[in-house]
Design a protein around this ligand. Structure first.
Ligand SMILES: [Zn+2]
Length: 327
């Protein structure tokens, strides 16, 4: 996510503080500030904002300014005219333009007190808007780069995608233009995939999928949604509850989550990006098939057979009973 910042230099003691806080907040949220420009006053904002909006590498613009009580005549009229113009530019370019402008009602002391808050709020509003626009456009996922990835299972090409703060990858082996492509959509499981935990069957499923795709060709989509989408530390809390005797099916709900919080829309977008519409999906999860079908993918299933072990038999039983897995 790339943004531009335009700061009015009118009342610079306050606006320079606003600019500093907006940049700090951007850094905190992982937002890239492409340019931070200063203009003499509010009336000069629209022309500079427009220049920034025209750039392909700017997704949104944040404007910062402070109008102090008694300092300016006609301040309300000016503010109104500028805000209108900025709103027009926002719709014209279909990119958010947010206003961190301290209004003409504020005294110096009040303006100083509000500088940080207003600047941060303008930035957060732009990020929220961008997330919403991108969700509506159905393309919140952004392709970032691709590279060769030789593995024990075969030679892949790895594609990296960004989705807000999440990072997903797709490992592609061979030609994806065949009639129906072999695909595994795997959600990240640090304990299973990396540490070979036996509490779940993720590691075995990942390895089996890599083996099949590595030899026959296909795609492994690896989604950054740890622990059925609840995150690593929440998953560990769930394990702790299970160690204390709570049934697996109940722990997520006890922690305030659904049994399964995963979202496969990114997988559908990645498949579309790779030009794949018909897949042979390696899965035992009927929900995953249904969800991908609803997202416009033609899905046939190939079962992924994994031998249970003494630690995961309860987990597999829960998958079968709670989520109708075809085991
Ligand atoms: Zn797992």
């Amino acid at each position: 996510m790339n943004i531009g910042i335009v700061t009015g230099e009118f009342n610079p003691e306050i606006t320079s503080v606003m600019e500093k806080h907006a940049i700090a907040k951007a850094e905190e949220l992982g937002v890239n500030v492409v340019k931070s420009l200063k203009v003499p006053g509010s009336f000069d904002m629209p022309i500079v904002v427009k220049k920034l909006l025209m750039r392909n590498d700017v997704d949104a613009v944040i404007t910062l300014g402070a109008i102090i009580k008694g300092d300016t005549k006609h301040d309300e009229t000016i503010g109104f005219a500028v805000a209108n113009k900025l709103a027009d530019l926002s719709t014209e370019f279909n990119k958010p333009v947010t206003l961190g402008i301290i209004g003409p009602g504020a005294t110096w002391e009040q303006a100083e007190g509000r500088a940080k808050d207003y600047a941060e709020r303008a930035l957060v509003a732009a990020v929220k808007l961008l997330e919403e626009i991108n969700v509506f456009k159905g393309d919140r996922m952004k392709f970032v780069s691709s590279a060769k990835l030789p593995t024990e299972y075969g030679n892949f090409k790895i594609f990296g995608f960004k989705d807000g703060k999440k990072e997903h990858v797709a490992l592609v082996n061979g030609n994806t233009e065949s009639e129906r492509v072999l695909v595994r959509v795997h959600s990240k499981c640090l304990t299973g995939d990396t540490f070979s935990s036996m509490r779940c069957d993720c590691n075995a499923q990942l390895r089996e999928s890599l083996k099949l795709i590595g030899s026959d060709g296909g795609i492994l989509i690896y989604l950054d949604q740890e622990g059925r989408g609840i995150g690593l530390l929440n998953k560990l809390k769930a394990y702790e509850l299970q160690d204390g005797g709570m049934a697996i099916a109940e722990t997520n709900e006890y922690l305030g989550f659904d049994y399964d919080e995963r979202d496969y829309s990114i997988a559908a977008e990645i498949l579309k990006f790779l030009g794949v519409a018909k897949i042979m999906l390696l899965t035992n999860n009927p929900d995953k098939i249904e969800l991908l079908k609803n997202l416009g993918i033609d899905v046939e299933r190939l079962p992924l057979v994994i031998e249970p072990n003494e630690y995961n038999s309860k987990y597999l039983e829960t998958k079968k009973l709670k989520a109708g897995h075809l085991l």
